[in-house]
Write a protein that binds this ligand. Structure first.
Ligand code: OGA
Ligand code: NI
Length: 343
């Protein structure tokens, strides 16, 4: 299938091709939510030697997870030039000829490298709808994959993956403590030394009728914590207290959201947050997304120390099985996470 990028470049599109019409009439179309300010977590304080400062940031982190499931991390220590280079190299990747990009696809079901455009969803009437985006996605841990073009891609991804893995581990240490558990509880229980990490780049070209299209429909992520960077162009919306809100990033910050396995692990205290990507008709939007999860073989259950206070609210499931079942779950089906709920 041609990429959305190629579609946009091949003709002067005045209206949205019907395959991409997520909303059939503009009455039911996407209305961009109001903008909201997210909690901000100063990452550097997590390694503060001042116990009060550290206790405060852990409390803030717990609150951000419980009340929002979405926050911005500042002072994360990931160099700005690494991030800029990553955006450049991903842009170069999407600029390569279609045939060239598709060469990097692998079919290994456990660790695929996927280069796709307009992934399909099936709506309630089982119609196929395409997303207004192209994407590249591959596993970077525990096994490392990466296309070997453009030049420098591997090195940049390797460094970014290492740094974001450290960031995830440290945030999860703080999150463990915010739940009243040992600092390394999540690290051990989720076998983070072999944790699953994915790198994904989403490319959303300008869209002729953005209100009828969707970049990514509402979903929750499957891992523990997801990191997201955007190229200065907004489009991310999150659900908060039943309403959709547009979120924008502070300079040099990283978006972090809680995902399904953290909801299970925290026995429902830190809910996995629903979010979606809307598109616009002016600028290309690129996002770099890194989902961090347990090791593929970890059987995820609510954390034992939390079960002294309340019975388990979720059944167990092996993480890789979860990922595979979720991949084929259709939009109108009950979300997999809900199927694990015990009450
Ligand atoms: C995702 C995602 C949102 C965005 O890739 O899981 O939610 O704004 N992306 O690209
Ligand atoms: Ni997501």
């Amino acid at each position: 299938m041609a990429s959305v990028k190629a579609l946009v470049q091949s003709q002067d599109l005045k209206s949205l091709p019907s395959d991409y019409a997520h909303f059939k009439d503009s009455q039911k179309s996407i209305v961009a939510g109001p903008e909201v300010s997210l909690p901000v977590i100063d990452f550097s304080l997590l390694s503060s030697t001042n116990p009060d400062e550290r206790a405060k940031v852990i409390e803030d982190l717990g609150k951000a997870c419980e009340e929002w499931g979405f926050f911005m991390v500042v002072n994360h220590g990931i160099p700005e030039n690494l991030i800029n280079s990553l955006f450049n190299v991903c842009n170069e990747f999407f600029d390569m000829p279609e045939e060239e990009k598709l060469k990097f696809e692998t079919t290994n079901p456990l660790y695929p490298v996927m280069v796709r455009s307009g992934s399909t969803i099936h709506d309630k009437s089982n119609q196929t709808v395409l997303f207004w985006r192209d994407y590249l996605r591959f596993f970077v841990h525990p096994e490392f994959y990466c296309p070997d073009k453009p030049q420098d891609f591997r090195d940049l991804i390797s460094e970014y993956s290492q740094r974001t893995r450290d960031l995830a581990c440290k945030l999860l240490q703080g999150i463990s403590q915010s739940l009243g558990m040992e600092e390394d509880y999540i690290q051990k229980a989720m076998d983070l030394d072999h944790g699953t990490q994915i790198f994904a780049a989403n490319y959303y070209p300008p869209c002729p009728q953005p209100e009828l299209a969707i970049g990514i429909p509402p979903h929750t992520d499957h891992g523990l914590l997801t990191f997201l960077l955007q190229n200065g162009v907004g489009g991310l919306e999150i659900q908060h207290e039943g309403q959709w809100f547009h979120v924008n990033a502070l300079p040099n910050s990283i978006f972090v959201n809680t995902a399904d396995q953290l909801e299970v692990l925290s026995n429902g205290k830190y809910k996995s947050v629903w979010h979606r990507a809307v598109v616009n008709n002016e600028k290309t939007r690129i996002t770099l997304v890194v989902p961090n999860g347990p090791s593929p073989d970890t059987i995820v259950t609510p954390a034992a120390p939390l079960l002294r206070e309340a019975p388990a609210a979720y059944g167990p499931m092996k993480y890789m099985e979860y990922v595979n079942v979720q991949r084929v779950t259709r939009l109108h089906e009950k979300p997999l996470l809900d199927r694990l709920k015990l009450h």
